[in-house]
Design a protein around this ligand. Structure first.
Ligand code: AMP
Ligand code: MG
Length: 529
């Protein structure tokens, strides 16, 4: 068994904390954290863990199977050096300032030192109440924990920046939830995910002190962030160096814009892009009622809480990313002495950066060396318009393109692999328009110097075959709730190789079955988790 890792407590030592250490719900002014110990659970049992991540963290199979590990990851024990706390932050929820939120059910255990000397935080989600739990119980149900566990890892293997997930532990306790807020509360199995990231700081972490006029805390928080996570922006002026801060804001802006371009390219809908759910490191964070696009519908959201407003629908994500960056910029205003120019620069940067990243991603997906003068912008836009014109599966469509490119001539009829992406039976006119687009695309993608086979191979590396479709995750949840973890294990293996043509997962990569169209968990998810 590998020795236990070393744990650090830099966040605690660098920033002021809450003098109280009880879990009474309260406002916590002037502090970045509150000490809290996870509340023990009845019978912690390791349901699954990410082997690649565990190895990266220096935790071998024997260590992961050690009963003491399940106790630590279930919140019943601590490894030496761990100093648990809940972080304090605020946020805008659905466009409205919500004041203090904080880790109401997440507890950072400590900062684990990796082999290269860098550190990552281990954080339990669902480990019991904290000072920030408000009326919540600090717990999480199996269905939402399993979804967060799997999707964190799925995003990583799709090359999308994300917090990771080390483990999924069943608690042996029941958690009462009203899944659709319709008065039908029922007990469900509880679970705890161990999330892993260099930092869980969010836009809301900076908003809260500013909203309270706590400029000293804001400055300390920014200096900590730069020192620990953005050393390239550290100067002798610290948070007083406005040029360095403005440059840092542009870097966060870039990361955010690029992240959202990647979401769009794989058809991921976050569902709750509140400012407390945007990472200062540009990672995908806080997997709640997220979903994957089946048919390419820009107006789709998995989040029932947002079904009327559609604020966080697929096609709105890029604009909301900008909205959130502006809120982060405003939070930094006291450090800019009220000068709004750095925020205006960030807005410009966001638009440029998003456009460039999205164009690059979609050009790659289509096998194009992008050239605006050759009409590639219109080619991409026409593709979106056509996809949106009749229910067409985004993942299947893009995956089907590469093999067409290596054929000797452009398609003369709509290929069966493209037909396989249709949910309904589109009109003859729609099919004809599709064929015309395909032929245009084929000529264009073959026009460059590169060998078609090489272009096709590159396309297969950016157009996943496997994404964690909502109905696929739901099958693992249903089985797991009945005590069968085999489907969960199978998904965990599949999501580690999303670009492979693995015949063993063919049943998981087809169109969403009709039964899943309106089934709770498959198309509609609430924030109840
Ligand atoms: P989220 O929608 O998951 O980003 O959560 C928003 C806020 O609600 C955060 O401050 C969470 O910590 C808190 N929260 C969500 N669920 C619970 C719960 N079951 N118990 C305590 N706090 C919660
Ligand atoms: Mg959150």
């Amino acid at each position: 068994m590998t020795p236990l890792p070393t744990f650090h407590r830099r966040f605690l030592d660098a920033l002021p904390g809450d003098p109280r250490d009880d879990t009474g719900p309260r406002q916590v002014p002037g502090a970045a954290w509150s000490r809290v110990t996870p509340t023990p659970v009845a019978a912690p049992r390791l349901l699954a863990w990410s082997r690649p991540l565990a190895r990266e963290l220096g935790l071998d199979d024997e260590r992961m199977r050690d009963p003491e590990t399940a106790r630590v990851l279930g919140g019943n024990a601590l490894w030496p050096g761990m100093a648990p706390y809940a972080a304090n932050y605020g946020g805008h929820q659905f466009g409205h300032w919500a004041g203090q939120l904080g880790d109401g059910r997440a507890i950072v255990l400590g900062e684990l030192e990796r082999a290269d000397g860098s550190t990552v935080e281990l954080q339990l989600k669902g480990a019991g109440p904290t000072a920030y739990s408000r009326r919540g119980d600090g717990r999480a149900v199996l269905r939402s924990s399993l979804r967060e566990f799997l999707c964190s890892e799925a995003m990583h293997w799709l090359d999308v920046p994300t917090t990771r997930a080390l483990s999924l532990v069943a608690t042996g306790d029941q958690v009462v939830r009203d899944m659709f807020y319709d008065g039908n509360a029922r007990p469900e199995p509880g679970a705890i995910t161990c999330r892993v990231a260099p930092s869980f700081l969010r836009f809301g972490s900076y908003q809260l002190p500013t909203s309270r006029g706590e400029t000293t805390l804001l400055r300390q928080l920014v200096e900590f962030t730069l020192r620990d996570h953005y050393p390239q922006f550290v100067t002798t002026g610290g948070a007083g160096d406005r040029d360095a801060l403005a440059a840092w804001l542009l870097e966060v802006t870039d990361r955010t814009a690029r992240l959202i371009a990647q979401w769009q390219a794989v058809g991921f809908v976050h569902g709750v892009m509140n400012t407390d759910n945007l990472s200062i490191l540009g990672l995908t964070i806080d997997y709640g009622p997220y979903g994957w696009i089946d048919d390419f519908d820009l107006g789709w959201t998995p989040n029932t809480t947002d079904a009327q407003q559609l604020r966080y629908a697929f096609g709105n994500q890029p604009t909301i990313g900008l909205w959130n960056v502006l809120r982060l910029g405003e939070a930094l205003l006291p450090l800019f002495d009220g000068d709004e120019k750095p925020i205006e620069a960030a807005a410009d940067r966001y638009r440029e950066s998003y456009a460039a990243a999205a164009t690059q991603r979609f050009a790659q997906k289509l096998g194009l060396t992008f050239d605006g003068a050759q009409g590639d912008g219109a080619l991409i836009q026409d593709c979106f318009d056509w996809l949106g014109g009749a229910e067409t599966d985004m993942t299947i469509f893009f995956r089907a393109l590469a093999p067409l490119l290596t054929a000797d001539e452009a398609p003369t009829r709509l290929p069966p692999t493209i037909e396989a992406a249709f949910y309904g039976d589109p009109s003859a006119a729609h099919r004809e328009a599709g064929l015309a687009w395909l032929r245009r695309w084929w000529q264009r993608a073959r026009a460059g110097d590169a060998e078609p086979a090489a272009v096709a191979a590159a396309m297969l590396r950016v157009n996943p075959r496997f994404v964690l479709r909502n109905w696929v995750a739901q099958t693992a949840i249903d089985a797991c709730e009945k005590g069968d973890v085999a489907p969960l294990e199978r998904l965990l293996r599949a999501l580690e190789r999303p670009f492979d043509d693995d015949p063993d997962v063919t049943d998981l990569v087809g169109r969403r079955p009709e039964w899943a169209r309106h089934k709770p968990g498959c198309s509609a998810l609430s924030c109840s988790s």
